[in-house]
Design a protein around this ligand. Structure first.
Ligand SMILES: [Zn+2]
Length: 200
């Protein structure tokens, strides 16, 4: 169950000096108040979604919503509304989202950077996740590295789901023999996406 909705937060009030209460006729008795609404999810504020307001007569306690305000009161209210600033915390959710996106792209970038390093200077024990064909994935384990080649031992199992590939990465699944791939070919396989992940 997702709990979401909106909430209005009080931000500012001002006593009107000129306006006349439409209920009791007293001048200067109206307090104008501004609230800012924000959307929330699981009680975390996401972002502001506009302001609303009211006026209350301190003399007769009559309350008017913005829609009910006569023109002069409404004008005074609009001026107050425009200069009333809401609290920054009403942007909490949006802030979290921006941070998460930035962090995600940073981590992803670091990951790609590392993989590029792994491809250029392979090491014994590196695991390459690669695509055999659509819906068929397997892994190769680096057993030794020479000046221009990498020797890999193929996994004897394959799996149809890319995301489950870790399940077949067990040392007993790798065959006894290994074969060589040139470093240039390896780079090509990585750049074309045939090798889609490297674990060290
Ligand atoms: Zn009044």
């Amino acid at each position: 169950m997702i709990i979401y909705g909106s909430k209005a937060v009080y931000i500012k009030s001002e006593q009107s000096k000129k306006s006349i209460c439409i209920s009791c006729g007293t001048q200067g008795s109206l307090t104008l108040s501004v609230f800012r609404r924000h959307a929330h999810i699981f009680w975390i504020p996401l972002f502001p979604i506009g302001k609303k307001g009211m006026s209350q007569c301190q003399h007769c306690k009559n309350v008017l919503k913005t829609k009910e305000m006569p023109e002069p009161i409404r004008k005074e209210y609009d001026i107050l509304k425009n200069k009333a600033k809401g609290p920054i915390w009403q942007f909490t959710g949006l802030g979290i989202l921006v941070v998460l996106i930035a962090w995600g792209s940073y981590v992803n970038g670091q990951d790609k950077k590392l993989e590029t390093e792994y491809i250029v200077s392979p090491m014994d024990g590196d695991i390459y996740e690669y695509k055999i064909e659509t819906n068929s994935y397997s892994t190769l384990k680096v057993t030794s590295v020479s000046k221009d080649s990498v020797f890999v031992s193929p996994n004897e199992y394959e799996i149809s789901k890319k995301s489950r590939i870790y399940k077949i990465n067990k040392s007993e699944n790798y065959s006894e023999f290994s074969y060589g791939i040139s470093k240039a070919r390896l780079k090509e396989m990585y750049e074309s996406g045939e090798i889609f992940d490297i674990n060290r």
